[in-house]
Write a protein that binds this ligand. Structure first.
Ligand code: MN
Length: 164
């Protein structure tokens, strides 16, 4: 029969707790939740590759977009768990793209973090007015970016390098 378990020596040694003897060893990691998806809207190819690589290494499912229109389109298609929105991007800027997504019932629940190299006075306020849920100023290291994303998802870990 397909479903009958094989005879187990370990099981017969621990008849009082058969389920415990069949359980995974205690050193096994807790089950991994489904990976979170992050839409990275970034027109600078170097930045996009560096940030996407760091996010993937940290276990995130990364969707990439280069322009504002692409960002809006991919947000609607993929419904990511979080959006990292560069502000200076072609077609629509990050604020315009954010305004569109926050005005759409299908996407307004998705947190959007503005990532900008402008660093002009008023940029943070403008980002929040557009509906952004957070604001990061570039330059930001890949580790710091991942740390911010982790924080948004409530991930606690000792250090960036502790990921495997
Ligand atoms: Mn840019």
């Amino acid at each position: 029969m397909l479903l009958s378990p094989p005879v187990s020596v370990r099981r017969s040694q621990f008849p009082a707790s058969p389920s415990a003897s069949l359980a995974s060893p205690a050193v096994t990691s807790p089950p991994n939740p489904a990976p979170k998806s992050v839409l990275l809207v970034e027109d600078n190819e170097d930045n996009r590759i560096i940030y996407a690589t760091a996010l993937r290494y940290a276990g995130y499912n990364v969707i990439e977009a280069v322009t504002g229109i692409e960002g809006v389109d991919r947000a609607r298609t993929h419904k990511p768990d979080l959006i990292l929105m560069d502000i200076s991007i072609p077609d629509l800027d990050g604020w315009e793209a954010t305004t569109i997504l926050k005005g759409d019932a299908a996407t307004k629940h998705i947190p959007i973090i503005a990532v900008t190299a402008h660093a002009l006075p008023g940029d943070e306020e403008r980002s929040l007015n557009a509906g952004c849920d957070g604001y990061l100023a570039k330059p930001i290291s890949p580790a710091a970016l991942v740390g911010e994303v982790d924080r948004r998802f409530g991930v606690l870990k000792a250090s960036y390098k502790s990921r495997s």
